[in-house]
Write a protein of this length. Structure first.
Length: 192
């Protein structure tokens, strides 16, 4: 894949063939190509862009980047680690190999927690092993009066969670490096 006349539809077809052993080959290729296009152009593209302009020609640099992403994916690297982001709840989160990738099933946990937390209540919540901050940030984004403490033993993971909070402008959350409860302040929590 290195012809400057290569189009969106061609790279998606070739990419899907490369990843044919994957159950999500087409979707993976679309996400990876969108990452390439959005990183290399000022216009933000969506999945609709790929369907609307399948004849759009890609630059050699875009093709090389897409090929690199395909190689990583074919070697088993998750798409979220390649793109550096994962959607969770209503949030777009940064993720790295230092964090687990938030799973859709975990959103059920957020739903259950939100049912227990009054919208106007000033609850204290603790998220142990926060990773990217997915659960803590989703709850904090929905319950602005809640005070959320997110902890993780990994400083790398904690840095990602803090970065996510800053990018999402979520301010009712604080962070603490801790191995489980070791460094957690001696306060009462309504939900852990």
């Amino acid at each position: 894949m290195s012809d400057s006349q290569t189009t969106i539809s061609q790279v998606l077809l070739q990419g899907s063939q490369t990843l044919r052993c994957s159950d999500s080959a087409k979707l993976d290729c679309e996400i990876l190509l969108l990452k390439v296009l959005n990183d290399s152009e000022q216009t933000q593209h969506s999945k609709t862009s790929l369907m609307t302009w399948p004849e759009k020609q890609l630059t050699d640099k875009q093709i090389q980047q897409f090929s690199h992403y395909l190689k990583l994916r074919s070697e088993g690297m998750p798409v979220a680690y390649i793109t550096g982001e994962q959607d969770f709840w209503t949030l777009s989160l940064s993720v790295t190999p230092a964090t687990l990738i938030p799973r859709p099933e975990t959103e059920l946990l957020v739903e259950c927690a939100l049912e227990k937390i009054p919208e106007t209540g000033e609850q204290n919540l603790l998220d142990l092993g926060t990773g990217s901050g997915a659960i803590a940030l989703a709850i904090a984004s929905e319950r602005s009066k809640a005070r959320v403490l997110a902890s993780d033993f990994s400083q790398q993971a904690l840095s990602i969670a803090q970065k996510n909070a800053e990018q999402l402008h979520i301010t009712n959350i604080s962070f603490c490096r801790s191995h489980w409860f070791n460094n957690i302040p001696g306060q009462q929590f309504d939900i852990i």
